[in-house]
Design a protein around this ligand. Sequence first.
Ligand SMILES: *Cc1c(COP(=O)(O)O)cnc(C)c1O
Length: 360
Amino acid sequence: MARVYNFSAGPAVLPEEVLQEAAKDMMDYKGCGMSVMEMSHRSKMFQDIIDTATADIRDLMGIPDNYKVLFLQGGASQQFAAVPMNLMKNKVADYIITGQWAKKAAAEAKKYGKVNEVASSADKTFSYIPDCSDLDISPDADYVYICENNTIYGTKFKTLPNTKGKLLVSDVSSCFLSEPIDVSKYGVVYGGVQKNVGPAGVVIDIIREDLITDDVLGGTPTMLKWKTQADNDSLYNTPPCWGIYICGLVFKWIKKMGGLEAMKEHNVKKANILYDYLDESKLFKGTVEKESRSLMNVPFVTGNEELDAKFVKESKAAGFENLKGHRTVGGMRASIYNAMPIEGVEKLVEFMKKFEMENK
Ligand SMILES: *Cc1c(COP(=O)(O)O)cnc(C)c1O
C-alpha cells in the first residue's frame, strides 16, 4: 500500500486510522451484516451514528445548548443562499470580502436583498485580512458575513470583526475543527466538511436556536429552510448517511488526539515548519502578509511560472500530490489540514530545499 502526501485543498487528506476503521467495517458494520451505506436512515443503528456524531462535535467545540447542529447536503455553496433566505428579515446584510468564497456568498445574497461590502482585501489580491475593528456596519443589517479561513488565498481572521452588536455568520469550511472557537460569538457557523472533517457531501451548520424560525423569505424551498431540518434533527429526507458516519469517526479521532487545543498545537507546529522555511528561502516566497497567515492553506511562489510548473511536476514525481495553486492564483499551495502528519510537512520542506539548491 503506497499512500502519498496529499496536499489537496479539498476533498482532502483524512486520518489513516479513520480510513482503516471504515475499511474494517465496510462489509459488516458492528455485526449488522451490512455497511453503513446500505442501512436505512430510519434504523436504530444509523440513529446511534448521527446521535453520537452530534454529541461528539458538541463536546469537541463546546457548543452551547442553545445552538442546533445540522448535517445537511448541497455543500457550503448551498448555504450561500440558505443564509440570506433564513436571516434577511430587513433584506440587508454586510459582507466582508476576503476572497472568492466570500465574493460568491455575497453575489448569492444579492439575489435576495441589499448587500453592503463593508470591507475588502481585493486591492492586494486578497493577501491580507482587513482591519475590521471599526467598520461602517449598516444599522439595519440582518447579519455580518465572513469567510473565516480563505482556502484559495491562505488568509485567516485572527480576531473576529467587531459587528457592533449584529449577528455574525461565518463560513469555516477550511478551518473547521482546526482550533478551538467560541461558538457563542456567532449566530451561525457552517462549513462543508470535505476540507478538514470528512468526505464531500456533508455541510455542517451550527445555528443559534432563536434564528431557526418560520419567518423566512417567501419562496424559500422546504429543504433550505433551517427549521425544516432542525425540526427533523437532520432527517427530514435521506441524509448523507455515509458522510455523517465518517465525520463521526473523525470526531472520535480528534478527541483521541486531545481535542481542539491539541489540534491547534499540532497545526501551529506544522505550519511554522513551512512558514519558517518560506521566510528564509531565496527561491520560494509566501504570498500572504504574516499577520494574516492561515494554518491550513499555505500558498507560495518562486516568482517564475516555468519554475513553478517544474516544481509541481517534480514534487508529484517525489510523492507530494496536489501542490499546484488554485487556477485563479497560480503558483503553489500546500493545504496542511488536521490529518496531514508533521512528517508530511518536514519531507515537503526537505524536498523544497533540495529543489532550491538545484535551481539556484
Ligand atoms: C471549498 C469551500 C467552499 C465551497 O464548498 P462546496 O462544499 O464545494 O460548496 C466554500 N467556502 C470555503 C471557505 C471553501 O473552502
